[in-house]
Design a protein around this ligand. Structure first.
Ligand code: PLP
Length: 402
């Protein structure tokens, strides 16, 4: 009998499974709105011009393939923290932020989960918004934290359940950990307003909660990296010692390069040095040290004035294309097709995704009849839409809800 005969088949990944079904479909009209990766106006993956230039600079510099230190490329870490926290950040200026390079956003969340499980001196429960990115629960559970939820999405208004959110954070035991999506909430596309963020910050302070920000889309929500960092910077300005996971997958289009950073705000440089030493002890047995190539690329862009400006323009270009697809889709459904229902949320939601309100039966019909693929919760990647396929998509949605 084989050693592995008792291993039961696990369920397919709910997001990556959509891509598999899409690939198997041979119809030319097929559309994949499942995966959260940017596509250009022709539906093609997009390598940023600033990234191509950074590649050229790297090649010309004859860089080697030596190991990085355990916490990665020091210059990159500095510049990633500057991008997130801003030049005015007091703990950044004081040298009190501990930063490590990570294997993209996922790796940053996992380092944070493992560090908190080992060193956070209070409750090991982490509260996630309901719903949240599907990988949050397994990441934090496998890190050794206890996963709980707080209300976030209001089905009736297809908007933020702000009263529910506040009530649940107030009811959480003091010193619990709370995960916050910094901007472009995935999967709903619904963010708190700046005034609501200020209220959340006050509740987090009152209840002595520990805020862990996941910022996977800086620049992607509004097209402006500073505006999208509002929540992170506001919390830090209010004296919160936050944890932060950053990803450069979306905003630099470096998906497969796996570039990210994890940081913790500490009290002072001496405490930071102790935290640094313990981050190394968490990371070393996980993967020894992070991959070098993508970090060199991101570092070249963040460290060069002209490339940085070009990159900011490209992030804005991606965000603007997505916003224009939202307006187009809203117009098609509301004005042209007079599709039953209220579709204002398509325009007001932000970032890569829209939570359409379509139910799982409707998403099934869309896949089978119209060759349109999305996750069963009705989430679509707006970046998958373009001038060539948006009419087919809108007509298919119209048929599915009538
Ligand atoms: N966090 C959120 C909310 C995400 O949507 C994603 C990617 O979809 C990630 C983190 C991590 O992505 P990556 O590991 O590719 O940086």
């Amino acid at each position: 009998v084989s050693t592995w005969s008792a291993v039961a088949a696990g369920p397919p990944d709910p997001i990556l499974g959509v891509t598999e079904a899409f690939k198997a479909d041979k119809d030319p009209r097929k559309i994949n709105l499942g995966v959260g990766a940017y596509r250009d106006g022709n539906g093609k993956p997009y390598v940023l011009e600033s990234v191509k230039k950074a590649e050229e600079i790297l090649t010309a510099s004859n860089f080697d393939k030596e190991y990085l230190p355990i916490t990665g490329l020091a210059e990159f870490n500095k510049r990633a923290a500057l991008l997130a926290y801003g030049a005015d950040s007091a703990p950044l200026k004081d040298g009190a932020i501990s930063v490590t390079q990570s294997i993209s956003g996922t790796g940053a969340l996992r380092i944070g989960g493992a560090f908190l499980a080992r060193h956070y001196p209070h409750s090991k429960a982490i509260y996630l918004p309901v719903p949240s990115w599907g990988n949050h629960t397994p990441i934090f559970r496998d890190s050794g934290l206890e996963v709980r939820g707080y209300r976030y999405f209001d089905k009736k208004t297809v908007g933020l359940d702000f009263e529910g959110l506040k009530a649940d954070l107030r009811a959480a035991p003091e010193q619990s950990i709370v995960l916050l999506h910094a901007c472009a909430h995935n999967p709903t596309g619904i963010d708190p307003t700046q005034a609501q963020w200020a209220e959340i910050s006050d509740i987090v302070k009152e209840r002595k909660l520990f805020p862990f920000f996941d910022m996977a889309y800086q620049g992607f929500a509004s097209g402006d990296t500073a505006r999208d960092a509002f929540a992170v910077r506001h919390f830090v300005s209010q004296g919160h010692q936050i944890a932060l996971a950053q990803s450069f997958a979306k905003n630099m289009g470096l998906y497969g390069e796996r570039v990210g950073a994890f940081s913790l705000v500490t009290a002072d440089p001496a405490e930071k040095a102790r935290v640094d030493s313990q981050l190394k002890i968490v990371i070393r047995p996980l993967y020894s040290n992070p991959p070098v190539h993508g970090a060199l690329l991101a570092n070249a862009i963040l460290g060069d004035k002209a490339l940085y400006a070009q990159w900011e323009g490209e992030v804005k270009g991606m965000a603007d294309r997505i916003i224009s697809m939202r307006e187009k889709l809203y117009g098609l459904l509301t004005n042209d097709l007079k599709t039953p229902g209220e579709w204002g949320h398509i325009k007001s939601q932000i970032g890569m995704f829209s939570f359409t309100g379509l139910n799982s039966d409707q998403t099934k019909v869309l896949a089978e009849k119209a060759h349109v693929y999305m996750t069963a919760d009705g989430r679509i990647s707006m970046a998958g839409l373009n001038a060539n396929n948006i009419v087919h998509f809108a007509e298919s949605v119209d048929a599915a809800v009538k």
